[in-house]
Write a protein that binds this ligand. Structure first.
Ligand SMILES: *Cc1c(COP(=O)(O)O)cnc(C)c1O
Length: 226
């Protein structure tokens, strides 16, 4: 299915007006669809699966900024380390250490977002408040990981019909962002708050998001479950 250009243009303009970065989530969609958005000027794309991302990156223009937004397994970091722009879903120190190791091999610094658990549902990945504080304290202390940089936080709200529930969850993540955004060191440079998807991005922006991850609104519903 082709992408919806009018919807893309409207969302893109709306976000630019608000200073919000649009990550077009292209998982399960063909490279041809990505190219259509690319030709309209979109450069940030998000993928959830390592193999799919590696395959698409090889076929598509080199100036695309690839965001890894899925659950990353430590043993797969090496495949995306050479080219990934931002890793959104970091939810453990072990994973962060592996990203650091692979970034060092590439002689680069990889930007990461810590995924924070804000939803009511039990199925979502992410650090809770205590774990987040522990990771941030570890990173702040003696800067043990020199090849990663924490740029902020990512979160997913509950799939809820109740906008006030969703709003409260985003507000929680915004609170963490405000708490840490003045921290600055080579390892901590918190300026990115990745929250909001097709169904809730407007609420996310009202609550302070500056990066949204939108898939189905742009590319159409996915047929393959994710
Ligand atoms: C699939 C996915 C999205 C996009 O979801 P849509 O509802 O299609 O906009 C955003 N973030 C993450 C982490 C995803 O897995």
């Amino acid at each position: 299915m082709a992408i919806n250009k009018e919807v893309f243009q409207a969302i893109s303009d709306e976000l630019k007006g608000n200073g919000v970065t649009l990550v077009a989530v292209s998982k399960t969609k063909p490279a041809a669809d990505i190219l259509e958005l690319y030709e309209l000027g979109q450069r940030d794309f998000g993928e959830n699966y390592v193999q799919e991302l590696v395959d698409k990156a090889a076929q598509l223009p080199a100036d695309i900024r690839w965001h890894f937004i899925g659950h990353l397994q430590s043993n797969k970091v090496k495949f995306i380390a050479p080219f990934v722009h931002l890793v959104h879903g970091v939810d453990s120190l072990k994973l962060l250490q592996e990203i650091n190791k692979q970034a060092l091999k590439q002689d680069k610094v990889i930007d990461c977002l810590l995924q924070v658990y804000i939803a009511k549902e039990e199925t979502k990945f992410g650090l809770d408040e205590t774990e987040l504080a522990a990771v941030m304290a570890y990173l702040a202390n003696d800067q043990p990981l020199k090849n990663i940089r924490i740029r902020g936080f990512m979160g997913m709200a509950s799939f809820s019909d109740n906008p006030e529930q969703v709003r409260a969850e985003f507000r929680q993540l915004r609170k963490f962002f405000d708490q840490y955004k003045s921290d600055s060191s080579p390892v901590l440079q918190v300026d990115t708050l990745s929250m909001g998807m097709s169904g809730d991005y407007k609420i996310a922006i009202q609550e302070g998001s500056n990066m949204v991850r939108i898939g189905s609104l742009l590319f159409g519903e996915r047929t393959r479950p994710v």
